[in-house]
Design a protein around this ligand. Sequence first.
Ligand code: ADP
Ligand code: MG
Length: 238
Amino acid sequence: MGSLKIENVKKSFGKVDVLKGIDLEVRDGEFVVFVGPSGCGKSTLLRIIAGLEDLTAGDVKIDGEKVDHVPPAKRGIAMVFQTYALYPHLSVRNNMGLGLKQAGTPAAEIEKRIAASSAMLSLEPYLERRPAELSGGQRQRVAIGRALVREPKLFLFDEPLSNLDAALRVNTRLEIAQLHRRLKATMIYVTHDQVEAMTLADKIVVLNGGRIEQVGGPMELYNSPANEFVAGFIGSPK
Ligand code: ADP
Ligand code: MG
């Protein structure tokens, strides 16, 4: 299970209204991509879903339950950041296992999950290395592996490929698509990149200025953008 319901979510920082009433449903197993210009509130919305940020109004429900009092670690969510956010002093193995260790998972179970995840991401040769000894692409795979070992019902990706060069971006995108097919987990993915959105998404959410402009399948948005803004973003001539 990993369905999500966002009901009239608003967020202000001081006097600035960043999210102005977001309503969205994500079905279990769906791959949903958020697109929109810089500053439109994509990361804020992800952080609210993850519980890393309080909301000003509205509700977030995971599998039908309000999660406003559920701490991030208990939401069944794992987040992958653009900047990887790895611990530099820990090996790949310990970066991947730390969250589970803190949650009290038995050591044998942690090792089992690290073995499975590192195999899936071709990270076995690097388990004893530190992040500084890895390429950017390898670091991002470690960050994905760290999410994977937690066996979350919901994965959140915040522009995970932005710091990678073009060739690696394609590879990593294909790996994420493959993970989605294998795990059948719910994934929410923020990107600026139209190709990423069109190829990964079951459903694209176009955000602008703290509001949703349109929600729909890639071809639906491409063929029938609701307005000029969506047309501009998805790149269909109108
Ligand atoms: P996006 O990810 O779409 O680029 P963000 O969600 O990061 O946008 O930011 C949306 C807006 O909220 C921006 O104007 C940003 O400056 C503002 N913002 C984000 N986080 C904070 C914060 N902690 N304090 C004040 N303003 C913030
Ligand atoms: Mg952002």
